[in-house]
Design a protein around this ligand. Structure first.
Ligand SMILES: NC(=O)c1ccc[n+]([C@@H]2O[C@H](COP(=O)([O-])OP(=O)(O)OC[C@H]3O[C@@H](n4cnc5c(N)ncnc54)[C@H](O)[C@@H]3O)[C@@H](O)[C@H]2O)c1
Length: 345
């Protein structure tokens, strides 16, 4: 059956890397007989320009009826002091589609080890996934601000914790069968509930080992011994910080994809970086984060594992051949990198 993919190219380098991702998708689709249609919609700054809102009504309607959504990047300095900002579109689409589970794989490519800020012996064997709860917690609790006091409410229900925990255990089943649940249960009530639910869910997955870590010590381990992690699961606020900490391990933002899942609706796939306005329009952006987001979509939304592996192997091979964009210390432009990945498929 033909799958409908809604694309949100967004702003800055977004349209450039989206075009690259779709070229790779077209090439791999021919090899695996994957049948799809593309519906491109305005989002972010492009949504504000087109319809006065970062998530225009028809974009949301299309996204809701999609089989999967590909998002490139949003944000532009022209909206820095504007009343409506492109980034509001991100929060809105997460909420509207109930994208509660954000998945960020952290992998170090052999050919890029030298870019990591960590010593080679610390980065060896690093391959883990951060599972972040995305629609609950302190970001969505009540916020009050007075002249001399302020409060932010951190709210979690057992159901919200259970569904993200199950997601982490499911992912762990396809990997090394180990989950590290991160909380601050020595201080926070939400974390006490988090740990209790984690222990309950662990009983449903006797083949997967569960360990608990306090968020402060987890932040240290991520630098001193990141290879120790396999699947890391945590709440929204801790996940925001730890997933950004993990994203610097490969030494570049340009190679990291992500996925956001709801319970039954379409999933959204996107690079972890922003719209890189400093290099937008120059044709030099690294398309790998977008290309690997396409691979994640093929695997996680469509069960097209062979297609996903083809893409991932082609990216590996391209990097090993020394074809590198400027963020990786090379001279290849977006088009050259994309062409090399396609020829290596
Ligand atoms: N999900 C998103 O769309 C998202 C995420 C983060 C930031 N933003 C927005 O993006 C805009 C720019 O933010 P920023 O500069 O802090 O972060 P950024 O991720 O856009 O860029 C940070 C640095 O990394 C480089 N970079 C990022 N992606 C690259 C790629 N694919 N190839 C080569 N170099 C790359 C940029 O050139 C820049 O030097 C802001 O408006 C911000 O709000 C959007």
């Amino acid at each position: 059956m033909t799958k409908k993919i809604v694309t949100l190219a967004g702003d800055g380098i977004g349209p450039e890397i989206m075009a690259a991702g779709l070229e790779v998708l077209e090439a791999v689709a021919k090899k695996i007989n994957f049948d799809y249609t593309i519906e491109a919609k305005a989002f972010g700054g492009a949504g504000i320009d087109a319809a006065g809102h970062p998530l225009p009504e028809d974009t949301l309607t299309a996204a809701k009826s999609a089989d999967a959504i590909l998002l490139a990047a949003i944000g532009s300095p022209q909206y820095d002091n504007a009343p409506v900002r492109p980034e509001q579109g991100l929060l809105a689409i997460r909420k509207e589609l109930n994208l509660f589970a954000n998945i960020r794989p952290v992998r170090i490519f052999d050919a890029l080890k030298h870019l990591s800020p960590l010593k080679p012996e610390r980065i060896e064997g690093v391959d883990f996934v951060v599972v972040r709860e995305l629609t609950g917690g302190i970001y969505f609790g009540e916020h009050t601000l007075d002249d001399d006091s302020a409060r932010d409410i951190n709210d979690y229900s057992a159901d919200e914790i259970r569904r993200i925990m199950r997601k982490a255990f499911e992912i762990a089943r396809g990997r090394s069968k180990k989950v590290t649940s991160i909380d601050k249960q020595n201080v926070l009530a939400t974390s006490k509930l988090w740990r209790k639910v984690a222990d309950e869910v662990a009983k449903e997955y006797p083949d997967v080992a569960l360990e608990h870590q306090l968020v402060d010590s987890a932040a240290m381990i991520m630098i001193t011994n990141p290879a120790r992690f396999d699947v890391v699961v945590t709440e929204n606020l801790f996940g925001d910080i730890l997933s950004d900490e993990s994203s610097v391990l490969p030494g570049t933002l340009g190679v990291m994809p992500s996925a956001s899942h709801s319970e039954n609706g379409p999933s959204l796939y996107e690079p972890i970086h922003g719209s890189a306005p400093d290099i937008a329009g120059q044709g030099i952006a690294n398309p790998i984060s977008m290309v690997l987001s396409v691979a994640m979509m093929l695997r996680e939304s469509f069960g097209e594992n062979a297609g996903a592996e083809l893409i991932e192997m082609a990216v590996d091979k391209t990097l090993k051949q020394g074809i590198l964009t400027c963020d990786l210390g090379g001279t290849a432009d977006t088009a050259q990198m994309t062409a090399a990945i396609i020829s290596n498929l």
